[in-house]
Design a protein around this ligand. Structure first.
Ligand code: GLC
Ligand code: GLC
Length: 661
């Protein structure tokens, strides 16, 4: 056994050469990424005797996985493989031929790409049913579908955290179908131009995963797969600095085993955190990751990324090692499934969210700040915090993108930065309390019908659950409700990256409180916004005298316009001061067509707003409003009805010729 120490580091080439597989493609990528992976292992596991073994075994797993990778997926890899930063940085400018000229845009930067999210069981019964719904996905214009977790869990009939307690990453929940059905569904989706997103739930497994059982039984090789403690001494010390995530389920971050020992469980008592300080865990999970990749998945959603590394005396969230681990998984992927990208699920402080986004870690990330502040602006009718976030927290490195959503399957947490809020004289703590009151409907005059999730009386913390329509006022029959549903999506569709629709929201689906009658689900309020397929609403989706039809007509228009407007993709966003209360404004330019700009104006207020001609005088007077397709005369100012928005294709004033109204 060799220690992964400085001597070993010197022998880098010898080690790599011994691992070459003879497959030209694989060896080329191993050659390109091995030094990076080795360096990461050295930093993570340099102190351990078994580090180098785990590295070697990881490469062997990767080689087997590449060997088994279907030809169709290998061709996709070839189309999608993107130069990594290290690669680009490692040469002088002459050797940058990979990216020279017009930098190649990653596939997910396409303005035609619109995403959807659904639970297979709730939306379509099972995987066969899902395949039958593909025409509906196409009708809506989806090019991305996140299938919520669908692997084997301990108690699918009762409580398995909606599939996030995985007992086997290689077996599908039997009620949904088989692993072959999943493979076939993914292939069908791909055939229809739809990429598949699956979760890589890698922070924890369920308590019934075979590794978990073996760890508890003390089976050699598995004792250290999880974090198990004989008594409360260390758990007590850890808990002094670690946040409680699901206090309704259990206090703190540990649960007691029947034999009296304690095991780290950040989320529910049946979700046990893996111990990544053990390199064997990395190796094992790299194998599961590549298995998922070989199913034909395009995007792996990296569940709960912030929590994967723990250290005493710290919050054990977003530690430097969490980033090293992601980089190591990224390197393995780059070697054995280079067409696949990671989506970061870090619902944390905005400074921490962006740290996960790079070509070396996750190329995609949810944008929880924009999501939360869209709701904040709807409640307050004041979009200044949202505008500030777009101005200072929107930029991302080249080759990466946000996934912009209005709401997901999880709760809404108010993850803004207190100092940002203080610039407007807003007290973060107070404001979060107000937003929780507002969205749970207890604030007088609120249009929202949400419920609180994980209210923690000890800390005063809580988050909000509810469907988009219920939170926006449709359920309360507030006259502005339907417009807020559209406005929220109009923001997500115009700030770049991948816009995401939680399927059902595009027909204004309401909360379903019936989860409370199901003892298995009653304790988790997030089920209120995970209802079953709304057959009735879909049946009237073409009738715009109905709420479903009205919302759907607008949603389809948003999709259509976004798909024909390259300016709305990419990451470039320029602030614009509309100098009009209640109005959010920003400009988007396309990476491919920098000469045109789309000016987005959105009125969050309850009154008409007029953006004056002088504010718009930097643009040529004639602009096209893309949603209506009509010409607008900026010299007369732009009037926006309450909760309405405009996407204006504008030109610089200097560019204008004789054309005038
Ligand atoms: C992620 C999921 C959430 C789940 C948690 C634990 O945050 O989105 O639904 O409860 O991870 O896996
Ligand atoms: C997961 C949980 C969410 C929690 C978050 C903390 O997303 O579902 O409730 O706020 O993790 O990072």
């Amino acid at each position: 056994m060799t220690a992964l120490n400085a001597d070993a580091a010197r022998d880098l080439e010898t080690i790599r050469d011994a691992l070459l597989s003879g497959d030209r493609e694989f060896d080329r990528r191993l050659d390109e990424h091995f030094a990076r992976l080795h360096g990461l292992f050295f930093r993570l596991y340099g102190e351990r005797l078994d580090g180098l073994d785990a590295l070697r075994d990881t490469i062997l797993v990767a080689a087997d996985s590449w060997d088994a990778r279907p030809t169709a997926l290998r061709s996709r890899d070839a189309e999608r493989e993107l130069p990594s930063e290290t690669h680009a940085d490692s040469g002088t400018s002459d050797t940058l031929s990979v990216t020279s000229g017009a930098a190649r845009q990653p596939w997910f930067a396409d303005n035609r790409l619109i995403g959807g999210v659904a639970y297979v069981d709730r939306y379509a019964g099972d995987l066969a049913g899902l395949r039958e719904r593909i025409p509906d996905f196409r009708e809506l214009g989806l090019g991305w579908l996140h299938l919520m977790p669908l692997f084997r869990t301990p108690a699918p009939e009762s409580d398995d955290d909606g599939g996030y307690a995985v007992s086997s990453y290689r077996e599908v929940d039997a009620r949904l179908g088989t692993i072959d059905d999943l493979r076939a569904a993914i292939a069908d989706l791909h055939e229809s131009g739809i990429s598949t997103v699956l979760d890589f739930v890698f922070n924890h497994t369920s308590n019934e995963h075979e590794w978990a059982q073996k760890a508890v039984a003390g089976e050699p090789g598995f004792e250290d797969f999880y974090l198990i403690f004989d008594d409360r001494e260390l758990p007590d010390r850890y808990e002094q600095t670690v946040r409680e995530i699901f206090p309704d389920d259990h206090p703190g971050s540990f649960v007691q085993l029947p034999d009296g020992r304690w095991i780290w469980s950040t989320f529910h008592h049946y979700q046990w955190d893996l111990n990544y300080a053990n390199p064997a865990v990395f190796r094992a999970m790299a194998g599961e990751m590549l298995f998922l990749a070989n199913l034909g998945v395009d995007v792996l959603r990296m569940d709960a990324v912030a929590f994967i590394w723990k250290r005493l005396g710290t919050p054990s969230e977003s530690l430097p090692e969490a980033h090293l681990l992601l980089q190591a998984f990224n390197a393995v992927l780059a070697i054995a499934a280079p067409g696949v990208v990671f989506l970061s699920e870090a619902i944390v402080h905005p400074d921490e969210v962006v740290d996960y986004v790079s070509t070396e870690e996750c190329r995609l990330s949810y944008n929880p700040l924009q999501m939360a502040l869209t709701w904040e602006a709807l409640a307050t009718r004041d979009p200044r915090m949202l505008g500030q976030a777009l101005e200072r927290r929107h930029a991302l490195p080249a080759g990466t993108a946000w996934v912009n959503y209005v709401r997901g399957h999880d709760d809404i947490g108010w993850t803004f930065d207190d100092a940002d809020a203080a610039e407007f004289g807003i007290d973060g703590r107070e404001h979060r309390r107000f937003l929780n009151d507002f969205y749970s409907g207890s604030f007088e005059g609120s249009f929202a019908r949400g419920v609180l999730f994980q209210e923690n009386p000890r800390t005063g913390d809580a988050r909000v659950a509810g469907t988009t329509a219920s939170l926006a006022g449709v359920e309360a029959r507030d006259p502005g409700g339907v417009e807020r549903v559209v406005l929220a999506h109009a923001i997500a569709f115009s700030t770049g990256g991948v816009p995401l629709i939680y399927l059902g929201d595009e027909v204004g689906q309401l909360n379903d409180a019936s989860y409370a009658d199901d003892p298995a689900l009653a304790a988790d309020a997030r089920w209120i916004h995970r209802p079953a397929y709304p057959a009735e609403a879909y049946a009237t989706r073409d009738d715009d005298r109905t709420v479903a039809g009205w919302i759907n007509r607008w949603m389809r228009r948003l999709v259509e316009v976004r798909q024909t407007t390259p300016e709305l993709a990419g990451t470039t966003l320029l602030p614009f001061d509309a100098r009009t209360p209640h109005v959010l404004a920003f400009q988007r330019t396309s990476d491919d067509a920098p000469e045109t700009t789309v000016l987005v104006l959105a009125n969050f207020g309850d009154e008409d707003a007029v953006i004056g001609a002088e504010v718009l005088s930097g643009f040529a007077p004639i602009a096209t409003e893309l949603i209506t397709g009509r010409l607008a005369n900026l010299a007369q100012g732009i009037a926006l009805a309450p909760r309405h928005f405009a996407w204006l294709r504008v030109h610089p004033a200097s560019a204008v010729g004789p054309e005038r109204f």
